[in-house]
Design a protein around this ligand. Structure first.
Ligand code: ACM
Length: 269
């Protein structure tokens, strides 16, 4: 199975221009099974007003960016996970969508909003779904979700073998350090597709990553260049949860000692 990321710079408020860039970068993607794109691909990230966030959003049903991705997945016989500024009724979500050769499959809505995202988006209300696409079972997280180990573990417990992670990272290199560790802890593949470029005061950090279930980095992009990077993976490695012949990373947990994890505890120190 071939999986990869597209690292590029979605254009703030110019979905058509972004689609042209994706189309150009897809030309080198023959034979890719699963490609991950950055967060908020249809809109850009650093909105200056709620109106701008609203005007650049789209509904899953009938949305032009979704239709574009559907046509590309069909013509390339591939799956794509992409960040989407999603409109649902009168609410916006910072979502990731999964599209396949036969069209739209499913959505994850970002649970952990970062900084000013709270001014535009509602926290996700669609849980942590996983999707069996035939060649693998995958889950999705979006950007700042990276710092919450709970969601990575939940996806692994639900059977995700690949976690697709559209991102617009701005903090200096922290997520890129954490991603291989999440992959190792859960013995899953992770594809973090980060964006590049700047929007006003924000500079996005690139260095998109493919990490394997051993925590090895199979691919790491540059800091600021457009790149599509693809790697051949062996999904059986993500199905083997044994760290030693007698240690299964999921079944050896002691959840009776973890109750605090599901409480809304205010930790003072
Ligand atoms: C982020 O969550 N976009 C940093």
């Amino acid at each position: 199975m071939k999986i990869g990321f597209m690292q590029f710079s979605p254009l703030l408020g110019d979905a058509l221009g972004t689609m042209k860039a994706i189309e150009r970068l897809l030309s080198g993607c023959a034979g890719v099974d699963l490609l991950v794109l950055p967060e908020l691909c249809n809109s850009g990230y650093n909105f200056t007003s709620y109106e701008q966030a609203w005007d650049t959003s789209e509904a899953i049903e009938g949305g032009p960016f979704i239709a574009f991705l559907e046509s590309k997945c069909s013509s390339h016989n591939m799956h794509i996970v992409s960040g989407l500024n999603e409109r649902d009724g009168d609410v916006l979500y910072n979502s990731a969508v999964l599209i396949g050769p036969n069209g739209y499959i499913g959505t994850y809505r970002k649970l952990h909003l970062f900084l000013n995202e709270r001014d535009f988006f509602q926290p996700g209300n669609a849980g942590l779904p996983v999707f069996d696409i035939g060649s693998c079972t995958l889950g999705m997280l979006v950007c700042f979700d990276w710092i919450f180990p709970e969601v990575w573990r939940i996806l692994a417990l639900k059977g995700a073998e690949i976690i697709c992670h559209p991102s617009n990272l701005v903090l200096p290199g922290f997520a890129q350090r954490a991603i291989p560790i999440h992959a190792l802890f859960n013995r899953v593949y992770v594809v973090t597709a980060n964006r590049i470029g700047t929007e006003e005061e924000l500079t996005f950090t690139g260095v998109s990553i493919i990490a394997d279930p051993r925590g090895d980095i199979l691919a790491q992009a540059s800091r600021a260049k457009e790149e599509v990077v693809v790697r051949e993976i062996h999904i059986a490695l993500a199905r083997d949860k044994m760290m030693t012949p007698r240690n299964h990373v999921l079944n050896d947990r002691r959840p009776q000692e973890y109750a605090l994890l599901t409480e809304n505890a205010i930790v003072k120190r």
